[in-house]
Write a protein that binds this ligand. Structure first.
Ligand code: HEC
Length: 426
């Protein structure tokens, strides 16, 4: 018996590490995968700790690359394949993952440098051209050197009339420390009460923009995470930036001990060319009343949002949100015929890698269909990200030790003037 198994294993090993990978080399194959799936972060001055843009870099980091790719830690693309398709997706296919691992195991053949791809162009700052308006954090913020800082900065929009926005580009001032950015709209000014209270610019904020800063459907302006590319919304669709509103920029800094870092993140805002648009709103499908029992390894929390009668809609993007205890999150459409279609599924949630995922094909949400979010939490001490020792009862809140379960869905309703989208804009 062992001989047969042995022979098979040997055959498989030979096949995988010998003949099959002889066809791959760095110049022709592997460099192209790194360019498409790694270099948006692994390049000089960007968020990743080393540039992955040469044969020597690839071989220097080979052991780490093999481990990170095999364990699916890198690239940190979270949506699971087969549950909806996304624009600008940069996840590795199983085939690419195998190619990288086999190439490393097979001795890292360099190949002919004439086969190397053109290096990626060094694009200017603003990828969509000059913005109509640039707003920035009020100060160059001295980032504390502790590993993680979550800070909200209040930026007056200084607008005297409402504006339609068709794209926003977030430009981190210091990509080595800015991990992600979310922009909320504060239409009432509550955020100003928090600003500067601790003697530093802005205020601490972890899971949201702070108590009382509205989280209604028209109070988000999207966000940025590494690898996200700005895009114009389809013609005739725009986000609304109300006059007098403040942009609350929530920035997650990940310094990992780096000292003397500063950041002044900017937003480039592109106004719509149309006088009238249909408004893109972010519907939060949210459960705020759950309690997670200490020790529960597999607690499921759900919420649903029914599309109201006569308000057929189209969904364009989804941004799932939980904190540290979250393990899985799924957002789905349930048709009035009960047919289920996935908007996104993440089975390995990591608070550090949150995204705004744009659908390859917009999804129709007819009236009376439902959007549903399902969050799975591990509130046991087996969860390596468990913030409480020992675990305690955890419910909704904005702090590190609290939890959230939200699927933000970027939606446009066919019919405008929505009863459930707040009109407050003073
Ligand atoms: C969206 C940004 C991003 C992309 C895309 C990305 N990385 Fe990373 N990578 C990082 C960051 C940031 C770190 C630093 C550690 C961390 O934050 O997890 C890192 C760390 C690493 C490390 C060292 C630490 C570890 O986890 O072993 C390796 C190896 C690595 N990346 C390989 C890759 C490869 C190979 C690809 C493409 C197939 C890739 N990365 C794509 C951002 C990225």
């Amino acid at each position: 018996m062992p001989t047969l198994r042995h022979t098979l294993a040997l055959f498989a090993a030979l096949y995988l590490t010998g003949s099959a990978n002889a066809q791959y080399n760095y110049s022709k194959d592997i460099s192209r995968i790194f360019q498409a799936k790694c270099q948006q972060c692994h390049r000089e001055g960007d968020i990743a700790p080393f540039a992955l843009d040469s044969y020597s870099a690839a071989t220097t980091w080979a052991d780490d690359i093999k481990a990170a790719v095999k364990e699916k830690r890198m690239p940190p693309w979270k949506p699971v394949d087969g549950f909806n398709s996304f624009r600008d997706a940069w996840g590795l296919s199983d085939e690419e993952r195998t190619m990288i691992v086999n190439w490393i195991d097979g001795g890292m053949v360099e190949g002919d440098s004439a086969d190397l791809p053109e290096p990626l162009p060094n694009t200017g700052e603003w990828l969509l051209g000059d913005p109509d308006k640039i707003v920035r954090m009020p100060v160059n913020f001295a980032v504390p050197s502790k590993k993680d800082t979550y800070r909200c900065f209040v930026i007056p929009s200084e607008l005297t009339e409402d504006k339609w926005v068709s794209a926003v580009q977030y430009l981190p001032g210091n990509k080595q420390v800015v991990h992600h950015v979310i922009a909320y709209l504060d239409k009432t000014g509550v955020s100003e009460q928090y600003d500067g209270k601790d003697g530093q610019p802005g205020y601490e904020c972890f899971g949201g923009p702070g108590d009382g800063v509205s989280l209604d459907a028209s109070s988000m302006l999207g966000g940025w995470a590494p690898g996200v590319r700005p895009r114009f919304l389809p013609d005739g669709i725009a986000m609304k930036l109300p006059k007098g509103s403040r942009i609350v920029l929530q920035v997650h800094y990940f310094t990992n001990g780096k000292k003397d870092q500063t950041d002044q993140t900017k937003l480039g805002i592109y106004y719509s060319k149309n006088a009238e648009n249909k408004q893109l709103v972010f519907i939060p499908i949210v459960n705020t009343s759950f309690k997670l029992k200490p020790g529960d390894e597999n607690a499921e929390v759900t919420a649903q949002f029914p599309i109201p009668p006569f308000y057929d809609a189209t969904a364009y993007l989804v941004a799932p949100h939980m904190h540290l205890l979250g393990r899985q999150i799924k957002v789905e459409k349930i048709g009035s015929d009960k047919k289920v279609e996935p908007l996104v599924y993440i089975n390995d949630w990591n608070f550090n890698w949150q995204g705004f995922y744009s659908f390859e094909t917009p999804m129709r949400l007819p009236a009376l269909s439902q959007m549903k979010v399902t969050c799975t939490f591990d509130n046991s001490d087996k969860n390596p990200r468990q913030p409480n020792n020992p675990p305690v009862r955890v419910g909704w809140g904005e702090g590190t030790e609290d939890e959230m379960c939200i699927g933000f869905v970027g939606v446009v309703f066919d019919r405008q003037g929505l009863p459930f989208v707040s009109k407050r804009s003073k």
